[in-house]
Design a protein around this ligand. Structure first.
Ligand code: DX5
Ligand code: ZN
Length: 217
């Protein structure tokens, strides 16, 4: 199984996004956390900044929407050419319609679950998604402690995908580091967001490689 590392720029220098992204050429994609101060108590950036940043890098964009109005915004990120668009299960009442719209526009559709949201209600919908993002912290901020109690949910999601015969990527986000990535991979995750672990490292690109190697062990 290939292991993908998608660094989050949330805790990088947001005033120099182009420069920060240039520090992680080995990344599989750049993870962008879009927050609206309603779905989570924090505010970051939106489509105009994403579109500008696209002109400064060849890396694909992995968009993580932590916004209430996912229905109107998610398709616009797909239209802008982002490789994958993640919306939260808690932010839409029509996840299938939204996933189909994202796919129709050419992006991978990804469903995110807050720590308190179980995967089971979405088991029958799994074929509608390319990826499930399992939050391993409460969304909103970087630098929080990894929630070990989410490991069973990763395992159950992998089992649901296997039972349905669906090729599903499982992404984990929050507190992912060299200390925790192995447990996530062992449980069935194969795409890893890491914010502070990458951007607080002396050499962010070397950390991307170290994380990928650690996940594969
Ligand atoms: C948190 C964001 C994460 C965050 C992760 O709500 O979704 O992507 O940047 O940061 P770390 O890796 O520091 O936990
Ligand atoms: Zn994120």
């Amino acid at each position: 199984m290939s292991m993908r590392i998608t660094p989050s720029v949330l805790n990088a220098d947001l005033a120099d996004l182009a420069g920060e992204v240039a520090r992680i050429p080995s990344a599989d994609a750049v993870h962008i956390d879009v927050m609206d101060n309603h779905f989570v108590p924090n505010l970051t950036l939106g489509l105009p900044v994403v579109s500008s940043l696209q002109r400064h890098t060849k890396l694909p964009f992995d968009i993580h929407l932590m916004i209430e109005d996912a229905d109107s915004w998610a398709p616009q990120y797909a239209e802008a050419g982002c490789e994958s668009v993640t919306f939260h299960a808690e932010a839409t009442s029509a996840p299938v319609r939204l996933a189909r719209e994202i796919r129709r526009l050419g992006s991978a559709a990804s469903l995110a679950l807050r720590p308190a949201t179980p995967i089971e209600p979405f088991a029958d919908l799994i074929a509608e998604f390319d990826q499930v993002l399992i939050m391993t912290v409460e969304p909103g901020f970087g630098g929080q402690k990894f929630l070990d109690i989410m490991l069973p949910k990763i395992r159950r999601t992998r089992a649901i995908a296997a039972a349905s015969g669906v090729e599903l990527a499982i992404q984990v986000d929050g507190g992912v580091s060299v200390d925790t990535i192995g447990r996530c991979a062992e449980a069935g995750a194969d795409v890893f967001v890491a914010g502070t672990a990458v951007f607080r490292a002396t050499d962010p690109d070397e950390m991307v490689t170290t994380l990928r190697q650690t996940a594969m062990q």
